[in-house]
Ligand binder design. Structure first.
Ligand code: BGC
Length: 744
């Protein structure tokens, strides 16, 4: 029975002693129960009750159907301590109901409740603040933005009974056909790691009532699946794993990220869900990860059904736990075989207690044994509550900072507020695409059309209702052209649709991979037809992955990359279009000219373009790090010490002047390259970045420090080292200044 004076219930007992005391009291069934996660009953039993996230609940891959499970059996499992965690719990009502059942269990171990709060808590929660999707956050090149986003998300989660978010996704994307590109921080391992760290810090906060667990996913290599298809294998050398895919994980674990989710894919033939080398040796051994590993959505079963490395589902469960998996996402089918394997000694008891120890440690750290979620709710309410004005303001700031100006011929932008009439049209002008994946429809989402109308007044803004990105009709193109002939400026919002509830138009997002990288459907046709009228056209891209459309890059005078800016995204774009804000974002991914240019990323080696194609230029449409401003910045007087002594970091000093007539923000991008090395190396590697604000005419002396380790590379024996010799430091995309220095 639960003894009220048991040490594990006493907050004054040291944390680890509490964990050990509880472990000692647990039966095998209770121990295995901690490894089991189920989907919330609203998702798994109440299908079709209107609580569902669009029609996803009936149709989607993300929907569990515990068809054969009787709700009474399910409740009994919680009461018996045979379920330790839930995911996809709708709201605080459901969370409280589940927790009160768990409180009746013999030891009263609280449930850990996880949600996919990927860019805000909008996945199950109408009214939550929806921030830009992570690719947009990365485009800010300002990790502080990401930290704020994570902080607010944590607060809104705790206010609804959730403790754990399956974020950040620190996959490095090398193949943008992958629909989940927008869910990541892009192609550069260092940038991904820095944003991952910021999110981990934000989710953790000060560790109090508003803290949630983060989860680094998907370990490892999901961002470069075969042919760009989610779940497909990764075939990568040890060098590539070390240089590209591992660094962000190392970074977030160093930052204290408490959970890791295994990847769907196999790595060099071994599925991540049954990979002792990755889960046990590397993660928990070499990297000393103290947290726990959770499986991805029923992926343990897929070791049998898809990867076919286990002869049955029970065998798959055993293989996975033996490899180092600590928690099963989700549902029936796991508990019994794992229990049986423990009882027969196939799974050593130490492996089981190790997994449970890791999980309990996090439950204790979150304070779940010591307070209920009421405190978190009060705290969130004190600050304004879920989706409050202050949170929305932060979402607007992040969305505005994420916008990248790709082209501005003849200073067409910003559009003067005195402009006569404007057309705001295109498939993404008035819909919810701006929310991105992992959100339910949000009533407070501001579309571009809403925002431009609010700015200019209804009379001067004309629109043409248009279907989504995949289903534009002849009539809609004709009508858009007809209106375009009558206005002063045409603003066309095009791109992708990542909304999981808009099945017909979905072109991006989880399990929405593409074989091409151009605009889907008839969007290019629409843009060309409007351009042919002779009106000045501004293209606004609302999308979750690079879009390769050379015709647009060449012919359209003004192009804005707005990503999926979240519920305040439309407002942010309008503020940039009409000059209330000066765009300062940069591309966190290379935009290739076509799908045939994959895998193109900025860390290519010199030999990558020693030769070229016969049928198309090899250069990207836009480089990683590219982005313009309404003002101009000038760099001067770059100084680095000519010789870097042993153990020294690199100090870089330069002068930056805003030489235009508007205040603005500039992202200083520093790259390094080792001039001669014993293996072939990328031409340049991002070594540091800083987003700086300068008033018109202002000059700043900027100092940045590059950690010595940023100069290191893996030698032929795969040892990481900084090689003495000549290095090159460069600033800017395109490069504006460079200096050489020596490492002694
Ligand atoms: C995704 C994960 C996600 C999980 C839970 C899976 O399909 O790959 O990233 O956290 O579902 O919804």
């Amino acid at each position: 029975m639960k003894e009220n004076n048991a040490p594990y219930l006493d907050p004054s007992v040291p944390l680890r002693d509490r964990v050990e005391d509880l472990l000692f009291r647990m039966t095998d069934r209770e121990l295995v129960g901690q490894l089991v996660q189920y989907a919330g009953p609203g998702v798994s039993f109440l299908r079709g009750t209107g609580k569902a996230a669009g029609d996803e609940v009936d149709l989607g891959d993300n929907v569990p159907h515990y068809r054969d499970l009787n709700p009474r059996t399910f409740i009994a499992a919680i009461e018996n301590g045979e379920i330790g965690s839930f995911l996809s719990v709708y709201d605080e009502g459901e969370a409280d109901a589940l927790q009160s059942i768990a409180a009746r269990s013999r030891l009263g171990i609280p449930l850990l409740i996880g949600v996919d709060a990927i860019h805000g808590h909008g996945m199950y929660r109408p009214g939550a603040t929806v921030f830009p999707t992570p690719l947009g956050l990365a485009a800010t090149f300002d990790p502080d933005q990401a930290e704020i986003v994570a902080r607010i998300t944590a607060r809104e989660m705790r206010a609804t009974g959730a403790h754990w978010t399956f974020s950040p996704n620190v996959d490095v994307v090398l193949d943008p056909r992958w629909g989940r590109t927008g869910e990541t921080f892009g192609e550069d391992p260092y940038l991904v790691g820095e944003f991952g760290r910021a999110m981990v810090r934000g989710y953790a906060g000060d560790g109090g009532e508003e803290s949630v667990l983060s989860c680094a996913k998907h370990f490892v290599g999901g961002g470069d699946p075969d042919n760009g298809i989610n779940f497909a294998p990764l075939d990568a050398s040890e060098r590539t794993l070390e240089e590209t895919f591992y660094p962000p994980y190392r970074a977030v674990i160093e930052e204290g990220c408490p959970t890791v989710m295994a990847a769907h894919n196999d790595v060099n033939g071994i599925p991540c869900h049954a990979h002792p080398g990755l889960l046990t040796d590397l993660l928990k051994g070499t990297w000393k990860f103290e947290g726990f590993v959770v499986s991805d959505w029923t992926d343990i079963f897929r070791l049998h059904t898809v990867h076919r490395i286990a002869e049955s589902i029970p065998a798959a469960c055993v293989q996975s736990v033996l490899a180092g998996m600590d928690m099963h996402m989700h549902g029936p089918g796991f508990f019994e075989p794992v229990l049986a394997a423990v009882e027969t000694g196939v799974i050593p008891r130490e492996r089981l207690t190790d997994a449970v120890r890791r999980i309990l440690l996090q439950k204790f750290r979150l304070g779940l044994f010591d307070r209920d979620d009421a405190g978190s709710r009060l705290e969130a309410d004190r600050r304004g509550g879920v989706g409050c004005a202050a949170h929305r303001d932060a979402a607007l700031e992040a969305a505005a900072a994420s916008i990248v100006l790709l082209k501005n011929e003849g200073n067409l932008l910003p559009v003067s507020r005195d402009v006569g009439t404007v057309l705001v049209a295109g498939p993404n002008a008035a819909n919810l695409s701006i929310l991105g994946d992992w959100s339910v429809p949000q009533e407070d989402a501001v579309s571009l059309l809403d925002a431009v109308r609010a700015k200019l007044g209804d009379e001067r803004v004309i629109s043409v209702p248009t279907n989504g990105v995949r289903s534009i009709t002849d009539e809609q193109i004709d009508e858009t052209v007809r209106i375009a002939k009558t206005v002063d400026v045409a603003i066309l919002a095009i791109g992708d649709c990542s909304l999981r509830f808009d099945r017909d138009n979905r072109s991006c997002g989880e399990n929405a991979d593409r074989a091409r990288l151009d605009l889907i459907g008839r969007q290019l046709e629409l843009v060309r037809a409007v351009h042919a009228t002779g009106v000045r056209v501004v293209v606004v891209l609302i999308n979750g992955r690079p879009i390769a459309e050379p015709w647009i890059a060449e012919h359209i005078p003004a192009i804005i990359e707005a990503w999926e800016g979240g519920s305040q995204g439309g407002r942010a774009i309008a503020e940039v279009l009409f000059g209330d804000r000066n765009p300062g974002g940069r591309l966190p991914v290379t935009v290739p000219r076509s799908v045939g240019h994959i895998r193109q990323h900025y860390r290519v080696k010199p030999a990558s373009h020693y030769r070229t194609y016969v049928d198309d230029p090899a250069a990207p449409l836009y480089e990683f790090g590219y982005g313009l401003s309404y003002t101009r910045f000038q760099y001067a007087d770059l100084r680095v010490a000519p010789i870097l002594g042993p153990d020294e970091d690199l100090r870089v000093v330069f002068r930056l002047t805003n030489v235009g007539d508007r205040d603005g923000e500039e992202v200083a991008l520093l790259f390094v390259s080792d001039v001669i090395a014993e293996v072939t190396l990328p031409e340049k590697t991002l070594a540091g970045f800083k987003r700086l604000t300068l008033k018109a005419g202002q000059t700043r002396e900027v100092e940045m420090t590059i950690a010595r380790d940023r100069l290191a590379y893996l030698d032929r024996a795969l040892r990481r080292r900084v090689e003495p010799g000549e290095f090159r430091l460069s600033i800017g995309v395109p490069e504006v200044l460079a200096a050489n220095f020596r490492v002694s």
